[in-house]
Design a binder for this molecule. Structure first.
Ligand code: PLP
Length: 723
C-alpha cells in the first residue's frame, strides 16, 4: 500500500478558527479578496514571505498570534464572512449554469490539459497554456459549470531559473513538495487509493490519481511514482516538457488513457470531452476503444467520439504541435489496435497528416479527426489554423475548413489587483463583479476620477519596485551578485520614469530583442534627460531551446551595458507571482511577436485589466482588441523577408515611443502630477479588456457554442477530414 501524505497544516488551530484549514485546502482562496485579506490580517509579513502559500503560512504562523485572532471581534467577523462564502462556494445551486441550464444538471464536462497554472504555490505549469487552463477552471467554478479538469502531477515542476553573469540561463529542478500544496490523494469509497492500469511499452503501468480543488471544480492529477511500477515508469510523469520526446510521448499516452480510466473508476461519465491542445489527444483514442469494447464498429465509435468532443489548438508554430514517429507510438501504445478491432495501419491513420506522411503520428491531426468541434484561440489564429489544416480537407477552400474560434480571456479576480478592484467598488458599486458581461459597466470606467486611478497605479508600481529592490539587495548581501549585476537587477530604476514591461517565454518568434535593433536610437530614448524610459524584462527559455537562450543572453547583457545607464533590468524566475507584479506594476506592456505566430497572447489582457496599456504588433488578441484608444499597434507583419520586417517594425516601435507614447506619458504640469491624456488611455485599456477579454466571456462562449450543443447530443456539426 502507498503511504498517504499527512494533511497539512501541522499547526494546531484554535477551534474557533478551525475553518482556516478548509480555506487553505481549496485554491478558491486565491481569487477571493476576503480570504486573501484574512491571511494577511493574521500576519502580513509572513504572508508576504511565504509568497502567498497558505499551507506554509499556517505551518509557520505563531500559535500565540492565532489565539489572539481567535478572540479579536474584528478578525472573527472577517473570518465568519470568509467561512460563509466558502460554504456558498460548496454548492452549484445559484450559479449562472444552474439557472440557465437546469435541463443539463448532472452532466459533466471533462477538460484535459497537459498543464494547469492555478497558483504559484502549485508549480505544475510552464507558461501561457497552463495559466489559460487554470483561468478556464476558475471561471468554470465561478459560473457553476459541471466541470472536471484532468492533468499531470509533475513532482519536479517546471524549472527554476537563474541567469549566470554571462547571461546564460541555468535551469534547476523545481521540486514540488506535496505537503506544501493542497493536492490530496483520491480515495475510493472502500478506502483504497484510486489507481488504474495503462498498458505502456507492453507493460502494465499503474497510474494514481490526486485531487486539487479549484473552487467547485476538481482537477485530477495523474502520477506514476508508485513502488509497484518499474523504476523507469516511476519517473515518467515527474518533469514538465524537459524530458525529451520519448518521455513526452509516454506522458501523453498516460494522460489520455489514464485520465479516461480514472474518471471511469470514479464513476464520472462526462457528456463533453474537451482536449486543450493536442497533448491530450490520446484521450479520444481511449474513448473510441471503450465504444468498440461496448460493441460498436470502429467507424461508429469515431462518430460517437466526435459527437461529444471539443478540441482547442493553441499555436501556429510547427514546433508547438507534437508529431511522433509512427513506430514510436506503436511501441508505446501497441497493440491497442487489437483491442479496437482494427489493424495497425488503421490505427496510424488516426494521426495522419498529409504534409507529414504515413510514418508520422500527428497529435493535432488525431484531435481534428476525433473531434467535431475544433477551435482556435483568436479570430486571426483560427484563420491561420484553417490554412494549416486545409491539407486534411483537400476538396475545400481554406475558408470552409471547419475551425471556429473562442478568443482567450483571463480570470479577472486572479489578475486584477486589489487597489484597482477597490476603485471599481467605490465608483461602479459593489455588484460590478457580478455584471462582467454588461458592457455598460465597462463604459463607466471612463468616468473614474483621474487622481484615484493614478494613485492606485502608483501604489502598484511601488509594490513592484519594492520587491525588485529587496531581491537585488538580498542577492547582493548573499554575494550571489556582483555590483554590476545589481544594476541589471533594477536597483537603479526610478519610480517616476515611464517603465515598459516585457515578460514572456523567450521563444525566438516573440522577439524580446527587437527593441535592441538600433542600440543608439534606443539609448537616446531611454537616456533622455527630461523624459527617460526604462525597461524590465522577465521570462524563461525552454531548457532545450538554445536559440531562445541566446536571445535571453542578449537581453541580459543589455542590462549591464553601460550605454543604457542602468535603465534595463531583468527579473529572474518568471512565474505567476512575478507575472502579477509586472502586469500590475509597469506603465506600458510590450508585445512584439512575429505576426501571425502569437495565437492569442494573454499577458497583455492581464496588464490591461490593471490599466496598463499595450504596445503590440497586430497579432493574436490585439487584432481584435486594439481600437485606437487603448494602446498602440505596430503595423506590418507576415512578410517572408523577416530581416527587413524586423528592421521596419523596430523603426515603428521607436517612432511610436518618440512621437506618441513618451510625450503622452510626460504630458503633465510637473513630474509628480497626473498625466491626464495617459490616464485616458489607461481607462480605455481597462474598458476594452473588461468588456471583451475576461475568461468569463471566454467560458460563456465555449458553453453556448460548444459545450451545451455537445451535451444536448444531436447531429454532428461538420464532416470529418477527407484526407
Ligand atoms: C499569462 C502568463 C503567460 C502567457 O503570456 P503571453 O502573453 O501569452 O506570452 C506566461 N507565463 C505566465 C507566468 C503567465 O502568467
Amino acid at each position: 500500500m502507498v503511504p498517504y501524505f499527512a494533511r497539512v497544516p501541522n499547526t494546531t488551530l484554535p477551534s474557533r478558527l478551525a475553518g482556516l484549514r478548509a480555506l487553505a485546502g481549496n485554491l478558491s482562496w486565491s481569487w477571493n479578496r476576503e480570504a486573501r485579506a484574512l491571511f494577511a490580517a493574521i500576519d502580513d509579513r509572513l504572508w508576504h514571505r511565504v509568497r502567498h502559500n497558505p499551507i506554509d503560512f499556517l505551518n509557520q504562523v505563531d500559535p500565540a498570534r492565532l489565539e489572539a485572532c481567535a478572540t479579536d471581534p474584528v478578525f472573527r467577523a472577517q473570518y465568519d464572512e470568509a467561512m460563509h462564502w466558502l460554504q456558498a462556494e460548496s454548492s452549484n445551486a445559484q450559479t449562472w449554469f444552474a439557472t440557465h441550464h437546469p435541463e443539463l444538471a448532472g452532466r459533466t464536462i471533462a477538460y484535459f490539459c497537459a498543464e494547469f497554472g492555478l497558483h504559484n504555490s502549485v508549480p505544475i505549469y510552464s507558461g501561457g497554456l497552463g495559466v489559460l487552463a487554470g483561468d478556464h477552471c476558475k471561471t468554470a467554478s465561478d459560473l457553476g459549470l459541471p466541470f472536471v479538469g484532468v492533468g499531470i502531477l509533475y513532482r519536479n515542476g517546471y524549472f527554476d531559473q537563474k541567469v549566470a553573469p554571462d547571461g546564460w540561463q541555468q535551469d534547476s529542478a523545481d521540486a514540488l513538495t506535496l505537503a506544501r500544496t493542497p493536492i490530496t490523494p483520491i480515495v475510493l469509497p472502500d478506502g483504497a487509493p484510486c489507481i488504474v492500469t495503462v498498458k505502456l511499452d507492453g507493460h502494465d503501468t499503474f497510474v494514481r490519481a490526486w485531487q486539487l480543488m479549484v473552487g467547485r471544480v476538481p482537477v485530477i492529477l495523474l502520477d506514476t511514482d508508485l513502488p509497484e511500477n518499474r523504476p523507469e515508469a516511476r519517473e515518467l510523469l515527474s518533469r514538465l516538457y524537459s524530458g525529451g520526446v520519448e518521455m513526452r510521448l509516454r506522458q501523453e499516452w498516460l494522460l489520455g488513457v489514464g485520465g479516461v480510466r480514472v474518471l471511469r473508476k470514479l464513476g464520472i461519465a462526462p457528456h463533453v470531452w474537451h482536449a486543450n491542445e493536442g497533448h491530450a489527444s490520446f484521450m479520444y483514442i481511449e474513448r473510441a476503444r471503450e465504444y468498440i469494447a461496448g460493441g460498436m464498429t470502429f467507424a461508429e465509435a469515431v462518430k460517437a467520439v466526435r459527437r461529444e468532443s471539443v478540441f482547442t489548438t493553441h499555436t501556429p508554430v510547427p514546433a508547438g504541435h507534437d508529431v511522433f514517429a509512427r513506430e514510436r507510438v506503436e511501441a508505446v501504445a501497441g497493440p491497442v489496435w487489437l483491442d479496437m478491432g482494427i489493424d495497425a495501419d488503421t490505427f496510424a491513420s488516426i494521426g495522419f497528416h498529409p504534409e507529414h506522411g504515413p510514418s508520422a503520428f500527428h497529435m493535432t491531426a488525431c484531435a481534428v479527426r476525433m473531434s467535431s468541434r475544433v477551435t482556435g484561440v483568436s479570430k486571426l489564429h483560427a484563420e491561420v489554423t484553417r490554412e494549416m489544416l486545409r491539407p486534411m480537407w483537400p476538396n475545400r477552400p481554406a475558408n470552409s475548413v471547419p475551425v471556429g474560434h473562442v478568443t482567450n480571456g483571463v480570470h479577472l479576480a486572479t489578475w486584477m489587483a486589489n487597489p484597482i478592484m477597490k476603485l471599481l467598488d467605490r465608483h461602479l458599486g459593489n455588484g460590478w463583479g457580478f455584471q462582467l458581461d454588461d458592457p455598460a459597466v465597462w463604459d463607466r470606467i471612463l468616468t473614474l476620477p483621474d487622481d484615484e486611478l493614478w494613485a492606485a497605479h502608483r501604489e502598484l508600481k511601488d509594490v513592484l519596485f519594492d520587491v525588485m529592490k529587496v531581491q537585488a539587495r538580498r542577492s547582493f548581501a548573499q554575494q550571489e551578485m556582483t555590483a554590476a549585476q545589481i544594476v541589471g537587477a533594477g536597483l537603479l530604476l526610478d519610480r517616476h520614469t515611464l517603465t515598459i514591461g516585457f515578460a514572456r517565454r523567450f521563444a525566438t518568434y516573440k522577439r524580446a530583442d527587437l527593441l535592441f535593433h538600433d542600440p543608439e536610437r534606443l539609448m537616446r530614448i531611454l537616456g533622455d534627460a527630461d523624459r527617460p524610459v526604462q525597461l524590465i524584462f522577465a521570462g524563461k527559455a525552454h531548457p532545450a531551446d538554445t536559440p531562445g537562450k541566446t536571445v535571453l543572453q542578449k537581453v541580459y547583457q543589455a542590462t549591464r551595458d553601460p550605454r543604457f545607464e542602468g535603465r534595463v533590468a531583468f527579473l529572474e524566475d518568471y512565474d505567476m507571482h512575478i507575472a502579477h507584479l509586472l502586469v500590475q506594476g509597469v506603465d506600458l506592456w510590450m508585445n512584439v511577436p512575429r505576426v501571425p505566430l502569437e495565437a492569442s497572447g494573454t499577458s497583455g489582457m492581464k496588464a490591461a485589466l490593471n490599466g496598463v496599456p499595450q504596445l503590440s504588433t497586430i497579432d493574436g488578441w490585439w487584432a481584435e482588441g486594439y481600437d485606437g484608444t487603448n494602446g498602440w499597434a505596430v503595423t506590418g507583419g507576415g512578410s517572408a523577408d523577416t530581416v527587413r520586417e524586423d528592421a521596419e517594425q523596430a523603426a515603428r516601435i521607436y517612432e511610436l515611443l518618440e512621437k506618441e507614447i513618451v510625450p503622452r506619458y510626460y504630458d503633465r504640469p510637473s513630474r509628480t502630477a497626473e498625466p491626464k491624456a495617459w490616464l485616458a488611455t489607461m481607462k480605455h485599456a481597462i474598458r476594452v479588456a473588461g468588456r471583451i477579454f475576461t475568461a468569463q466571456r471566454m467560458v460563456m462562449e465555449y458553453t453556448k457554442a460548444y459545450y451545451v450543443p455537445a451535451m444536448a447530443g444531436g447531429d454532428l456539426p461538420d464532416d470529418p477530414p477527407t484526407a
